[in-house]
Design a protein around this ligand. Structure first.
Ligand code: ATP
Ligand code: MG
Length: 248
């Protein structure tokens, strides 16, 4: 039964890989064509036309990202994702990820506070690209749910006895309803949205972050109380991981 499920997961991953290739090709044409119009190569555009084109470009970029995340998640679920571990400075990785979402933060006047308690020589065997992807999902959630003019605090700490590194992302948002908490890492699960508010996203971010952390033999969990913000914690053990491919 277990093997059959695994085979089904692999078939699903291969199917998604084919579909996403088919979807991405026309999507690239749409994106490039829109960019061309925005650059006024075929001719001048009016401010109203520019506004519509920017919405088009933004939507096609979001769709591209969604396809990429779906494909990554299904590969992870089918144990078909290849991880490349190499000694990485977490401090730099965190700073780089924060830089990537800085513009979004500025739009909401949100400040990032990095409480880095790691020693300067601290190195971890990580797949930096995947850990950045996981962290970006956590930061994007924190930014999405945080109110304007608030802070998001990232704490980096290493336990000197166990050599386990812990990362926490704390926001001052509305928190998570207790009914949603047990399901929050399930694929496609999204918490209830207050009436009248639009729901953004697809419920993939936390499922993907969990898979990445587990592939590094770490754990991920959430502390959240309604009205009191949310903190997502994850750990990364220090032992050198031998698997360089097909980590689950
Ligand atoms: N920092 C947070 N504050 C409040 N709720 C959160 C936070 N992070 C996650 N959630 C809740 O967990 C749900 C699942 O999060 P997840 O990142 O998996 O999906 P999403 O953000 O809705 O969509 P996607 O990540 O695909 O864009 C969210 O819909 C939200 O209800
Ligand atoms: Mg998300």
């Amino acid at each position: 039964m277990g093997r059959q499920l695994q085979e089904l997961d692999q078939m699903k991953a291969e199917f998604l890989a084919n579909i996403s290739h088919e979807l991405r090709t026309p999507l690239t044409s749409i994106r490039e064509g829109t960019q061309l119009l925005l650059d006024q190569v075929p001719g001048p555009v009016t401010p109203e036309q520019r506004q519509t084109l920017e919405i088009l470009l933004d939507s096609s970029q979001r769709l591209n990202q969604l396809i990429a995340s779906l494909l990554d998640l299904s590969k992870m679920e089918a144990n078909m994702m290849t991880y490349n571990f190499s000694p990485t400075r977490l401090t730099q990785l965190v700073q780089h990820t924060v830089d990537k979402v800085q513009l979004l933060a500025e739009r909401k006047h949100i400040q990032f506070v990095i409480d880095d308690q790691l020693p300067p020589e601290h190195l971890l065997p990580l797949d930096g690209i995947r850990i950045e992807q996981a962290l970006e999902n956590l930061l994007s959630n924190a930014l999405k749910f945080s109110p304007h003019d608030s802070s998001i605090t990232l704490t980096l700490h290493c336990n000197l006895k166990t050599h386990v590194t812990a990362i926490a992302v704390k926001d001052e948002g509305p928190g998570i309803h207790p009914e949603d908490l047990p399901h929050i890492f399930d694929r496609f699960y999204q918490g209830k949205t207050p009436e009248g508010e639009t729901r953004f996203g697809s419920g993939i971010g936390l499922a993907l972050a969990k898979k990445v952390v587990e592939a590094h033999h770490g754990t991920i969990w959430i502390d959240s109380e309604q009205g009191n913000g949310t903190t997502v914690h994850f750990t990364l053990p220090a032992e050198m991981l031998r698997e360089t491919a097909h980590a689950s």
